[in-house]
Write a protein that binds this ligand. Structure first.
Ligand code: UD1
Length: 419
């Protein structure tokens, strides 16, 4: 059932590839459009399944959404916002739809949102989102698979996050944008996508200061007005193509990137023996020699991103020596390991740590994508493996990669999609 990606491994990739706008910046920005009483315009909106799912969520709340995937432009008009409920079939598809709860509460004084689904990569609680909304004065009720929040008026407050959750930081920031007074988020997430959201809120006339540091101050304003916003480039997509170059021993330039967003990946790829050259908005990567084993640990930004862990693991299965990979952000994010093993990788898991003993070769095999980034890792492994690899459950990959097969084929890979 469903489509498959078929790869004949062993081709060194060469050429240029462009990263799209960032999915994880675009989804919160789309949610934040609900804060505006007017039409906002978003540019470089990536044509992805998750983006279409978010369009549906916004439309079912009464917003008008016009998306031109060819132009990558989207207009969102939330003047007619009338719904307060995001139903299960939509939220189930994508956890990020939970991000509408903050803006809904701010605009409508009420939100009823189904408990989130999304990638099966851990328990992914929402306690920090709710802690923040409660601090701002919202009542929160949980029952029958729904979260219901109400607030006559949101008031600025100090919120300390026990963990710098990206989603919680974004939800609280959006709720606070229209609150009375000043909200201070302490131990806030510092991810570039959080900064992009703050930039968008400010473009609409909001007052957010300190995004990109661990303390964000949001000075509430009475209302927000239309703005035009260009989504930042996708550092995870760009990073995936960088690893593709590294794993195939190729030479690739990734365009439309902000190199500072990729500092941890660049550092690690250099440690494995790759040459990486950063330019203003592109990164050139080349590997000619052997790969060396490296240790890495995922951490909140500016640490190594959990969303690139599986891709790096695929790479390190072919490095000389033993690599230790520690996942500290999500539990259950080693779902690619069994599939990589089926391709000949030697990986031992102990709790949150994977010990990868590099092999001379991987061998093509039928494998299954269990989630978005796990799927990307399997495609990368297939690019380097001897023989043919068939990756099934491609719909996971479609959530986050626009035209992955076409882009890799344009770099020379022998790859295609099949029914
Ligand atoms: C976002 C990204 C996702 C990325 C992740 C970490 C989007 C749409 N998705 O997800 O691709 O992998 O950041 O960089 O931007 N946690 C709690 N309580 C909460 C919220 C989170 O304990 O209320 C925990 C989670 O279980 C997890 C950790 O915090 O262990 C990180 O989660 P979080 O930063 O919230 O990730 P998301 O925003 O869901």
């Amino acid at each position: 059932m469903g489509e498959k990606i078929k790869i004949e491994g062993g081709v060194a990739l060469r050429g240029h590839v462009r990263a799209e706008g960032a999915k994880n910046a675009c989804l919160p920005v789309m949610a934040a459009s609900l804060l505006c009483e007017g039409e906002v315009t978003l540019c470089d909106v990536p044509p992805l399944q998750d983006v279409l799912s978010m369009c549906q969520v916004l439309e079912c709340l009464g917003a008008r959404v016009a998306y031109d995937p060819a132009e990558k432009k989207m207009a969102i008009d939330a003047r007619g916002l009338c719904g307060v409920e995001a139903p299960y079939p939509l939220i189930r598809k994508m956890r990020a739809s939970f991000l509408v709860i903050g803006p809904l509460l701010a605009r409508m004084g009420k939100a009823r949102v189904s408990l989130p689904g999304g990638c099966a990569i851990g328990i992914r609680p929402i306690d920090l989102h709710l802690k923040g909304l409660r601090a701002l004065g919202a009542q929160v009720l949980i029952g029958h698979g729904f979260i219901e929040t109400t607030a006559d008026r949101l008031r600025g407050e100090r919120v300390y996050l026990d963990f710098p959750s990206v989603g919680a930081t974004e939800n609280i920031m959006m709720a606070a944008a229209l609150a009375d007074g000043v909200t201070v988020i302490e131990n806030a997430a510092e991810e570039p996508e959080v900064v992009d959201l703050a930039r968008f809120i400010n473009a609409m006339g909001g007052r957010v200061a300190g995004a990109g540091t661990d303390t964000i101050r949001i000075y509430g304003v009475p209302g927000l007005s239309p703005a035009v916003h260009t989504v930042i480039p996708d550092r995870i997509e760009a990073g995936t193509y960088m690893v593709a170059a590294a794993i195939t021993g190729g030479q690739v330039t990734v365009d439309n990137v902000i190199p500072t967003h990729l500092v941890p990946l660049i550092a690690k790829l250099k440690e494995t023996g790759c040459d990486v050259l950063e330019e203003e908005s592109s990164i050139h990567i080349r590997r000619s020699g052997h790969l060396r084993a490296v240790d890495l640990k995922t951490l909140p930004y500016p640490g190594f991103p959990t969303d690139l862990q599986s891709q790096m693991m695929a790479l390190l299965t072919l490095a000389r020596g033993t690599s230790v990979i520690t996942e500290t952000v999500f539990e259950n994010r080693f779902r690619h390991v069994d599939e990589l093993r089926r391709m000949g990788a030697q990986i031992k898991i102990e709790g949150h740590t994977a010990v990868v003993t590099g092999k001379e070769r991987l061998y093509g095999a039928p494998v299954k994508a269990s989630d978005l980034r796990a799927g990307a890792a399997l495609v990368l492994a297939g690019l380097a493996a001897a023989g043919s690899t068939e990756v099934s459950c491609v719909h996971h990959i479609d959530r986050g990669y626009h035209r992955l097969t076409e882009k890799l084929a344009s770099l020379g890979a022998a790859i295609k999609r099949e029914e």
